[in-house]
Design a protein. Sequence first.
Length: 347
Amino acid sequence: MRMDTIRLTQFSHGAGCGCKLSPAVLHEILSGVDRSEVFENLIIGNDTKDDAAVVDLGDGTGVISTTDFFMPIVDDPRTFGRIAAANAISDIYAMGGTPLMAIAILGWPLGKIPESAASDVVDGGRSICSEAGIPLAGGHSIDSPEPIFGLAVTGRVPLTNLKANASAVAGDRLYLTKPLGVGLLTTAEKKGVVAAADLALAVKSMQQLNAIGARLSQIEGVHAMTDVTGFGLLGHLVELCEGSGLQASLDVASVPLLSGERLRHYHGLGCVPGGSKRNWASYGHHVAEVEGFERDVLCDPQTSGGLLLSVCPDYVDAVEAILTKAGLPAQAIGSLSVHQGGRYISL
């Protein structure tokens, strides 16, 4: 077997966060889980659909624990490892914390893809851990029908900086720190119609750490954070609204997009990931009617997507200054108000 004749994505039925279970299916699975047991030190668990679990250490800080893994979204093994690692570590940043260490999760189809490629995947993950300043300290591997890679990550957060996705406040402004469109562009790549420059934007975005979350968590007026991944922007915004008892007004024209109007071109070619349709089927009843490109891009599964922020109006200048300095989108994309019943998101 020669790696130059193998495409990793040929071995996966789903790509990146697009292979996540839909919100509806996940809800059905979790509805059968016994949640009667109470752990006093567990601050955040399954109740609010947050990005990670948090346990109070009793000294003013909390331990954050998360895991994330998926099948290849790109063909290059090392790049796949980097994207999967950046995506997993993002959950720590989304809670306002800093990562401490990671361990790897690897599934590999032995006999189908060279073991050297698996080594490249793990090394790619290690390189992102290094950028985050943490060790890749071990892991577990299995022989599996499809290549799988991800991390289990441990972090720590001062409890005064902890950001849940259910702590947004009426009047807050919404920000998104990475453009949407990863799912559309990688689907275009699968169909062989994407321009190299457009795909490069998606690959670069997916490898970018959301480390800005640790900085933003120190701002009192940043009330809530969550990262936008497989459920798309609308899905994660619905979760934020449900948990906080709020409704959102989204300015679609202000939502940042990878490749700008080029995304419409790929959408016109039918480059819509299946996850977009599953997402809308799961939560579309919570959103004002929207069709075509706008609906598909707002439901687009993001792999290693940006942070969705809920910010008090008095602090938007400080937040926008930090985002601008970091070279991230710094324009509000909507606002929050008290939920009056009915749909959670208007457009």
